[in-house]
Ligand binder design. Structure first.
Ligand code: NAD
Length: 497
């Protein structure tokens, strides 16, 4: 059985615990990942402490060159990375390429680190006084990442942290751990010093050790909300800088004047792509008015029935299996709960099997209508290929629904009316808004972050905010007296003689 090891410097300790890595398409265990403990973390932190000062002292242009080479290596290895990712996660290979690509874009931003690291300067803030600022690395950054974007989210974190002069310890999801290790290998091939980026596998034991470690000053987390909140609280106890991003339940508002064919096309990708396992998926659609709802439903049914579910390397599949058997069971339970709560299961994806792959973790596309805000299946994240219709009577209700939901990651409005869109974007209580854009993930030179239970902490991921998170700002006020008086300490311009 293949074993996925830590990516660390020196000998790897004999594993005491391991976890299964599935092939979600076949339902078979394809590898085992070793799970680390506190002793391993001690070693890894010691290595990071050794290599980080020299890296921080390397000028930003040279650091950027490593990022450039890393970018080129990722591009050269795109197909291999995507296939590996797809085989452990279950998303189709094209989606897996998108996962790598969106992380790569943050590496591209990090290539510009000399430009964005420049500080501020005020000459003559007082008589003979200048004030300036510099951004200094924190030392060692740590990242804890979810299963659903095993390439993109690690690169969001370590790309910015390392370019800024930190060493980085990554603890990826134990469910699809191979791509993060492969990225770390490529990073060394790109010229990064060994030990600058280390990957340790583990579960709660390793995460707790990271939170409690006195030499790790900052932790970035992405995952489910209860764990995000736990890490945020515990991190504060240990005086850490923490950003912790959680779950989501993004709404797509459909105004009566929207182009419904475009909406149906967008929803097919945004609700069902990657089997709905995206924090920026659109699992709730809110048509405004019953007439819009009925027209939309009529168009959605054939489009959803036409979706092709397949193994993750099937080039014709719209989406593949979900990540584990437990997750498949959980999604199907949510559909049952929605039914019990009184909503209408229009298309039922429970009990779906794929011929020839009966053991794979597939869930058929599901459409649920007449969902109401009091239902638990609406309040909680399902994270599967399930689209719920919540009918709003008017625009005001359509603004209120996402605004009052516990999650506030993303939201979209579909309309031809600029005023309605503008009003919605400014009033809705959600962190990222799309106007006729179903998955409004901001590009790498902006920044990413949800609100409410989708994000704990106030600094976003990547872009200049990422830089802010991974550095501390020093402010210097300086005065150089000319010596004055008797001339003994007078300012003298040095000459060759
Ligand atoms: P998860 O919370 O189960 O795991 C995330 C990480 O936390 C993993 O590395 C895991 O090993 C670790 N972990 C698991 N249990 C832990 C515990 N008890 N204590 C400490 N650490 C623990 O999340 P997941 O299932 O891997 O990912 C899916 C979730 O992530 C969804 O809720 C999704 O919405 C969310 N997500 C959010 C964003 C965002 O930007 N807001 C992006 C991607 C995914």
């Amino acid at each position: 059985m293949r074993q996925v090891d830590h990516f660390i410097v020196g000998e790897r300790p004999a594993p005491t615990r391991k976890a299964n890595v599935w092939n979600p398409s076949t339902g078979e265990v394809q590898a085992e990942v070793v799970l680390g403990d506190r002793d391993l973390l001690e070693r890894v932190v010691a290595t990071a402490k050794e290599v980080q000062p020299a890296w921080a002292a390397t000028n930003p242009q040279k650091r950027a060159r490593v990022m450039f080479r890393f970018k080129e290596l990722i591009e050269a290895n795109m197909q291999e990375l995507a296939e590996l990712l797809s085989s452990e996660h279950g998303k189709v290979v094209d989606d897996a390429k998108g996962d790598v690509q969106r992380g790569l874009e943050v590496i591209e931003f990090a290539c510009g680190i000399p430009q964005v690291l420049k500080g501020e300067y005020t000459q003559g803030a007082g008589p003979g006084i200048d004030v300036y600022s510099m951004r200094q690395p924190l030392g060692i950054g740590a990242g804890i990442t979810p299963f659903n974007f095993p390439a993109m989210i690690p690169m969001w974190m370590f790309g910015m942290a390392i370019a800024a002069g930190n060493a980085f310890i990554l603890k990826p999801s134990e469910r699809d751990p191979s791509v993060p290790v492969r990225l770390a290998e490529l990073f060394v091939e790109a010229g990064a010093p060994e030990g600058l980026l280390q990957v340790v596998h583990g579960d709660k034991e390793m995460v707790d050790a990271m939170i409690e470690h006195p030499d790790i000053p900052a932790i970035s987390f992405v995952g489910s909300s209860d764990i995000a909140h736990y890490i945020y609280r515990r991190g504060a106890e240990f005086h850490k800088r923490v950003q912790a991003f959680g779950g989501a339940k993004n709404h797509g508002i459909v105004m009566p004047d929207a182009d419904l064919d475009q909406v149906v096309n967008d929803l097919s990708g945004a609700a069902f792509g990657s089997a709905g396992e995206r924090c920026m998926a659109l699992p709730v659609v809110v048509p405004v008015g019953d007439e819009t709802a009925d027209r939309l439903r009529e168009k959605l049914i054939p489009a959803i029935n036409a979706l092709r579910v397949g193994v993750s390397n099937d080039p014709d599949a719209h989406y593949g299996p979900v990540v584990t058997p437990q997750h498949k069971e959980r999604i199907e339970q949510w559909i049952t709960t929605a039914e019990r709560e009184g909503s209408e299961i229009v298309i039922d994806g429970r009990g779906f099997t794929l011929q020839g792959h009966e053991k794979g973790f597939f869930v058929g596309p599901t459409l649920i209508d007449h969902v109401t805000p009091n239902m638990s299946s609406y309040k909680e994240e399902i994270f599967g290929p399930v689209l719920q219709i919540v009918r709003a009577k008017d625009f005001e209700e359509a603004v209120r629904l996402p605004s009052e939901h516990q999650y506030g990651n993303g939201v979209a409005i579909f309309t031809r009316n600029g005023h309605a869109a503008r009003e919605f974007a400014s009033r809705v209580n959600v962190g990222m808004v799309g106007v006729n854009v179903p998955i409004p993930v901001p590009v790498s030179y902006h920044t990413f972050g949800g609100w409410k239970r989708s994000g704990f902490g106030d600094i976003d991921q990547y872009g200049t905010e990422g830089l802010q998170f991974w550095t501390k700002k020093k402010k210097i006020t300086q005065r150089w007296p000319d010596g004055g008086g008797d001339g003994s300490n007078a300012f003298v311009i040095p000459t060759m003689s």
